[in-house]
Design a protein around this ligand. Structure first.
Ligand code: B12
Ligand code: SF4
Length: 519
């Protein structure tokens, strides 16, 4: 669906543009959230790169077939083709698939297509952080996005059962040096972006507990490695703090960061004002079920979430419903906890077996060889089932029906985002204008989620879409800022010459024609 306006820039498009060798010229970029691709724009001999995740794979394949009919070289990449490359050939008209990162492989793909000899599979691998490409924000259309996205670290050391990140991006954090990160942010602020999402898997890649463990093991090399990652985090945050004071950042982080007040204070100074925290479940059994026992439950959980708040970092709590340990009273208890813990925003998602995850493998195995089919497609390939026939839930629950769980989840969304609750939460804003903006954003957030499978009927869904479209246009204006073409990079030396890093040390113990990319 195209909205004409999107919330966050799809980063990979601008990274791939940067990975395009200059001899091929600037690529044309389409983001189908803004506008559907016009096939007439594609000429025989063009190379078309299509990036998909599981949720939009079906549309991606349709676009691929169209492009192939137009005589283009069709190349797929992104998380889904990395996991299921054969599908892109069978259904998407692919000539080639890039598995893993595109930063280096893309240049090779283009050269091979120009020579009329693309390989079938390119192993993009996990590119070292020093080789991440600096996104080409100069190619971004004006007035299209509310927030820009810049990645500072990729990969996550944890191993949650519902998440594919640690398996695809790896468990070793690949942390970018601060210079290229700052370069991108400055380029974006010059263009009038003051809200930036740090598109990181986990902004707190090294916990104090990790360091303490390495120390206990007398593993000096490991301690030094972890300290160095940590020092670099602080250095980045110090430099972010030097940027214009109207800038606001948002990231994703584990709740472990609440153990580390210095880190949270540095986040506040850097104006990282909000973070998505994967709370997932509010009970110890629920956390165990998803291999996330490093999270807290009960009162400890409330305390951890409140610690973010008291250090000036707002929490977007992410909760999962449908865990085998959930019971009818889990829904109200979760909502109550979210309210008590003072999270500023919350999302309540249904447990979905995303491919590449432990949950998916377990689910697929549990169904055995005689898997139920819908429209001839096994349910274990649910993303290929036409959306109107696709079940909303896949993993049966031991005690509740899918309808019951969806209804109860809907009820939690309705309760958390009712006007009186939003009004109460909006007290965190400094003035009436900001308060109204907060209400607006809360409603937008809730409506956008209503389009991602929670809405039960199509009338409700299309109403929600119309609302989201209108609100999105208004919201974009709220996020825009004046351009700052003269803005300079915050100095590295200046940031390093001050002493917070010392504090950190202490704390540490403790021929081709045109090229198109479509998303
Ligand atoms: C930031 C982020 C978000 C942000 C911003 C999204 C945006 N507009 O950019 C928000 C919070 C909005 C979000 C939302 C969602 N997200 Co998200 N998100 C991420 C995250 C952390 C980083 C994405 C990113 O910007 N990476 C930086 C870019 C440069 O990397 P990249 O996209 O992987 O691209 C590289 C390669 O994949 C490759 N590549 C990609 N495309 C192509 C195309 C070609 C042709 C080639 C050659 C190469 C190539 O080259 C690129 C450069 O190396 C990823 C996790 C991750 N590590 O990928 C999850 C992730 C992509 N999200 C995920 C999910 C599930 C979602 C949601 C469905 C969550 C939900 N329940 O609502 C929604 C869907 C939103 C939507 N409609 O797209 C899953 C996808 C799983 C899957 N199998 O599809 C991931 C992998 C996280 C996870 N837990 O497993 N997300
Ligand atoms: S859910 Fe978060 S903490 Fe768990 S593996 Fe994925 S990125 Fe890491």
């Amino acid at each position: 669906m195209s909205f004409g306006t999107a919330v966050i820039t799809p980063r990979w498009l601008y990274v791939l543009a940067a990975a395009t060798p200059t001899e091929f010229g600037d690529p044309s970029i389409w983001d189908e959230t803004l506008e559907q691709i016009d096939p007439q724009q594609i000429q025989p001999g063009d190379t078309v790169g299509i990036g998909i995740h599981t949720g939009n794979a079906l549309r991606g394949y349709a676009v691929g077939r169209l492009m192939r009919e137009r005589g283009a070289w069709v190349v797929f990449g992104g998380i889904h083709p990395s996991l299921y490359p054969e599908e892109a050939f069978e259904r998407g008209g692919a000539h080639a698939v890039v598995k893993g990162d595109g930063d280096i492989a893309w240049g090779r793909v283009l050269a091979d297509c120009a020579a009329q000899a693309p390989l079938r599979i390119y192993e993009g691998g996990r590119v070292d952080a020093n080789e991440f490409k600096t996104a080409r924000w100069d190619l971004m259309p004006d007035n299209a996005y509310m927030w820009a996205s810049v990645q500072t670290v990729r990969g996550c050391a944890k191993h949650c059962s519902f998440c594919s990140v640690w398996r695809t991006d790896g468990q070793k954090p690949r942390q970018r040096p601060s210079d290229p990160v700052l370069e991108e942010i400055v380029a974006l602020r010059r263009k009038g972006f003051r809200f930036i999402a740090l598109a990181d898997d986990n902004f707190y890649p090294v916990s104090l507990t990790d360091i303490a463990l390495a120390e206990r093991q007398n593993n000096t090399a490991r301690v030094e490695q972890l300290q160095s990652i940590r020092r670099e985090r602080f250095e980045l945050m110090e430099r972010l703090a030097e940027l214009p004071t109207d800038m606001i950042f948002f990231t994703q982080i584990t709740m472990e960061a609440a153990e580390d007040p210095k880190f949270l204070d540095a986040m506040r100074k850097a104006r990282i004002k909000g973070a998505l925290v994967g709370v997932e479940a509010v009970t110890a059994e629920g956390l165990k079920a998803v291999y996330k026992d490093f999270n807290c439950s009960g009162d400890n959980l409330i305390e951890r979430l409140q610690t973010f708040r008291t250090h000036g970092v707002h929490v977007l709590g992410s909760f999962i419903f449908g865990l085998p340990t959930d019971r009818p009273d889990t829904f109200a208890a979760t909502c109550g906890l979210a309210e008590k813990a003072g999270v500023t925003f919350a999302q309540f998602v249904m447990l979905t077996p995303f491919c590449g995850t432990v949950d998916f493998e377990r689910w697929e195995k549990s169904l055995g060889p005689d898997v139920v089919k819908i429209a001839g497609i096994p349910i274990t390939r649910y993303w290929l089932i036409p959306p109107e026939l696709r079940p909303k839930m896949f993993m049966p629950h031991p005690t509740m029906s899918s309808d019951e769980m969806r209804e109860r989840t809907q009820g939690v969304w309705d309760r958390f985002y009712n006007m009186s609750n939003i009004w109460k939460r909006s007290r965190c804003t400094p003035n009436l204008k900001a308060r109204l903006a907060f209400i607006f954003i809360s409603k937008l957030y809730r409506q956008m989620y209503a389009t991602t499978g929670i809405a039960t009927d199509s009338a409700r869904k299309s109403r929600a879409n119309r609302w989201a479209r209108r609100l999105a246009k208004l919201c974009r204006r709220l996020f825009q800022a004046n351009r700052m073409p003269e803005l300079r990079m915050p100095e590295r030396a200046a940031a390093l010459s001050r002493t917070p890093s010392a504090g950190v040390e202490q704390n540490a113990f403790n021929g081709q024609k045109t090229l198109k990319v479509i998303g």
